[in-house]
Structure formats: structure tokens, C-alpha cells
Ligand binder design. Structure first.
Ligand code: HEM
Ligand SMILES: *[C@@H]1O[C@H](CO)[C@@H](O)[C@H](O)[C@H]1NC(C)=O
Ligand SMILES: *[C@@H]1O[C@H](CO)[C@@H](O)[C@H](O)[C@H]1NC(C)=O
Ligand SMILES: *[C@@H]1O[C@H](CO)[C@@H](O)[C@H](O)[C@H]1NC(C)=O
Ligand SMILES: *[C@@H]1O[C@H](CO)[C@@H](O)[C@H](O)[C@H]1NC(C)=O
Length: 329
């Protein structure tokens, strides 16, 4: 009886640990305490310097972290530059035009870390991107939070690996939920993370389908606020210069706040993927709640970005610490 009981215990332990391994086991706060104790201050200073030069640092870094995590895990594979023999992730047409300042932020912070002898090549590019993302959020008025560290840098980066991994602005709620669930993120996490669109820019092409019906030349999307649609048409005429980009949050574009949800309630979600969060009755209550409580939004956002930072973390022989974030060792 006793041994049968043990077997059952072992089996149920194995059921929870073997079938549902926590990929997060290796991440922890203060991971570098004994290796490079001052790393978080060094990164924060470098990020501040870059932030002082251009606000684009904020959205560019946040989006870079998101894309990194969703394509092959948070392993800095998105930072790898293409070579003659390998087209890297960042050069997939679906890289959705990542702004260069995100890459530059990580490269500058890495250089600052490496000038301290005990830290040289001891801190992964993936962790520097996670720290920099935490820092730009706080610098722009968002929540301050402790960041989990201990990621290694990935050994693979291919343009093909991006296909199907990133959400499209035309997605409906089912499509958004499915893609985020594939990364271990709930609908609430997805809604909280979408609020990153409270900062940053979008090119006109990403929402042109909502303000022009290409066959009738009239505004199409009946869910879009009419006043807002007219404003968008003014900034983004048809055949506009493809480099023109507009603030995604027209009210407080440089503050990481809950204005995103207030905008959604005015039918001012820029993409279909934003708008559906308010028009779909399954997600609307969450939008209402976070539009009226900045505190609850911030809590949910910190939970969600911490979970996102655990996606596909590389450990052991699946990774290393890159000497140059843009080049494999
Ligand atoms: C929910 C599904 C999402 C979709 C469909 C989506 C789509 C997009 C699109 C189309 C753009 C404009 C890109 C351009 O024209 O250059 C954009 C920008 C941006 N996205 Fe998302 N996104 C999503 C979720 C997220 C998440 C989870 C984050 C981060 C937590 C994020 C952060 C950003 C930021 C910060 C920008 C501005 C980038 C800049 O100004 O350089 N997005 N997104
Ligand atoms: C950023 O700019 C402010 C004011 O212009 C200055 O006081 C601060 O020292 C700068 N910080 C860094 C890290 O460059
Ligand atoms: C994104 O991909 C396009 C081509 O598909 C490329 O021209 C562009 O440089 C890439 N952007 C970045 C930041 O790598
Ligand atoms: C554009 O308008 C036409 C005529 O009203 C309609 O048949 C078509 O479905 C619309 N296209 C889109 C993308 O909504
Ligand atoms: C459209 O936006 C304006 C503010 O820009 C707001 O006053 C109005 O109520 C909004 N309309 C709808 C239908 O949400």
C-alpha cells in the first residue's frame, strides 16, 4: 500500500512537473547580484542618456522586446543582423518596421555594462533588453517594477521564424487571444500589453484600410469615431509618403498611461486589433475597468509584461552571452 501510495505521489508530481514544466525556473530578480551587482544602475543610466536624446527610445525599445519574446522567445534573436548567408529575424518583411532606436538603446547599454571589468560579457543582451524595457516604461510615466533576469542569448535568428508569430492590426479578438495564448498569456494579459500603444507611432499603411474603402473612397469602418477618422484622413491622405507615421495615442502620446483605454471608449482605437477590445463584449469590461483605474491597469500590465518576459527563455546549451548583441559569438 505504502509503495503504491508513493508511486501515486511520484506520478502526480511528475504530471505537474513533467507535463507542465515551468520554463521560468531560471529567471529571478537580482540574478546578477554576485556577477555584476551594479548592472541595473548601469543600464538605467545608459537608457536615460538615450531617452534624453530622443523620446522614440521609449516605444522603439518596448516594441523590440515584444517582438523578441514572440519570435523564438526572449533571447535577443531579434537584434541579430543579417549576413550574406543568413537573413535574420529583423529583416523579415513582417518585422513591422522596428525603429532603429530600440536596437541602439540595447547596444549602448551593453557597451556601458561592458566597460566595468567584472561585468564584461557577463550580462546577456536578452536581459539588457528586458531591463531597458522596464526602464523606458518608468521614464515615460508608467509603473516601476522589479525585472526578472537570467536569460541567455539565442543561437538562431532567421527571417522565416517570424512568419505567423506576430499579431496583425486586422486581428479580431479570437485571433489575438489565440496568438497570445500560444505564448502562455491570457486575454487580460493581452489587453494590458496592448496598452503599450499609449506611446509610439504607426505608419499610415497600417490603418489605411479603416479610413478608406479603396473601392468607394468613403470611410469604411463604422466602429471608428467619425471625428477621429476625419483627422486621420487629414494626416494620412491616400498615396501618402510611406514614411509618414502618426502618434497612436493622439491625447498623451509621450506618457505611458491608461489613456489607451479612454481612447478606446471614444471609438478611437487606431487598429482593428485595438478597437475590438472595446467592441467585443468579452473584453469590453476589462477596457472599462482600466479606463477608470490607472492603478489596476498598472498592476495588470506589470503582471503581463513579467509573464511575457518568461516566454521561450534559453538556458544551458541553448544559449550563450553574446559579445556583440548584433552578431553570434
Ligand atoms: C495585440 C496585438 C498587437 C498588434 C496587432 C500590434 C500592431 C502594431 C502595429 C501595426 C504598429 C505600428 C507599426 C508601424 O507602423 O511602424 C505597432 C506599434 C507599436 N506596438 Fe504594437 N501591436 C500589438 C501588440 C503590442 C504589444 C503587446 C506591445 C508591447 C507590449 C506593442 C508595442 C508597440 C509599440 C511600443 C509600438 C510603437 C512603435 C514605435 O513607435 O516605434 N504592441 N503595433
Ligand atoms: C538628462 O537631461 C537632464 C536635463 O536636460 C539632465 O539633468 C540629466 O543629467 C540628463 N541625464 C542623463 C543620464 O544624461
Ligand atoms: C525590416 O524589413 C525590411 C525589409 O523587409 C528592411 O528593409 C528593414 O531594414 C527592416 N527593418 C529593420 C529595423 O531591420
Ligand atoms: C467598400 O464599399 C463597398 C460599397 O459600399 C462595399 O461593397 C465593400 O464591402 C466595402 N469594402 C470594405 C473593405 O469594407
Ligand atoms: C468621438 O471623439 C470625440 C472626441 O474626440 C468625442 O467627443 C465623441 O464622443 C466621440 N464619439 C464617439 C461615438 O465615441
Amino acid at each position: 500500500m505504502a509503495s503504491r501510495f508513493n508511486l501515486i505521489v511520484v506520478l502526480s508530481l511528475c504530471l505537474s512537473l513533467c507535463l507542465f514544466p515551468t520554463p521560468t525556473a531560471s529567471l529571478q530578480q537580482n540574478y546578477y547580484a554576485n556577477i555584476c551587482p551594479n548592472v541595473e544602475n548601469i543600464v538605467r543610466d545608459a537608457v536615460k542618456k538615450k531617452f534624453n536624446q530622443t523620446f522614440v527610445t521609449v516605444p522603439a525599445t518596448i516594441r523590440l522586446f515584444f517582438h523578441d519574446c514572440f519570435v523564438q522567445g526572449c533571447d535577443a534573436s531579434v537584434i541579430i543582423a543579417s549576413t550574406a548567408s543568413n537573413t535574420a529575424e529583423k529583416d523579415n518583411p513582417d518585422n513591422l518596421s522596428l525603429a532603429g532606436d530600440g536596437f541602439d538603446t540595447v547596444i549602448k547599454a551593453k557597451a556601458a555594462v561592458d566597460t566595468v571589468p567584472s561585468c564584461t560579457n557577463k550580462v546577456s543582451c536578452a536581459d539588457i533588453l528586458a531591463m531597458a524595457t522596464r526602464d523606458v516604461i518608468a521614464l515615460s510615466g508608467g509603473p516601476s517594477f522589479a525585472v526578472e533576469l537570467g536569460r541567455l542569448d539565442g543561437l538562431v535568428s532567421t527571417a522565416a521564424s517570424v512568419n505567423g508569430k506576430l499579431p496583425q492590426p486586422t486581428f479580431n479578438l479570437n485571433q489575438l487571444n489565440a496568438l497570445f495564448a500560444a505564448n502562455g498569456l491570457s486575454q487580460a494579459d493581452m489587453i494590458a500589453l496592448s496598452a503599450a500603444h499609449t506611446v509610439g507611432f504607426s505608419h499610415c499603411s497600417k490603418f489605411a484600410n479603416r479610413i478608406y474603402n479603396f473601392s468607394t473612397q468613403n470611410p469604411v469602418d463604422p466602429t471608428l469615431n467619425k471625428t477621429y477618422a476625419t483627422q486621420l484622413q487629414g494626416i494620412c491622405p491616400q498615396n501618402v509618403d510611406p514614411r509618414i507615421a502618426i502618434n497612436m495615442d493622439p491625447n498623451t502620446p509621450q506618457i505611458f498611461d491608461n489613456m489607451y483605454f479612454k481612447n478606446l471608449k471614444q471609438h478611437m482605437g487606431l487598429f482593428t486589433s485595438d478597437e475590438v477590445l472595446f467592441t467585443d463584449p468579452r473584453s469590453k469590461p476589462t477596457v472599462d475597468a482600466w479606463a477608470s483605474s490607472s492603478t489596476n491597469f498598472q498592476k495588470a500590465f506589470v503582471t503581463a509584461i513579467t509573464k511575457m518576459g518568461r516566454v521561450g527563455v534559453k538556458t544551458g546549451s541553448n544559449g550563450n552571452i553574446r559579445r556583440d548583441c548584433a552578431v553570434f559569438n
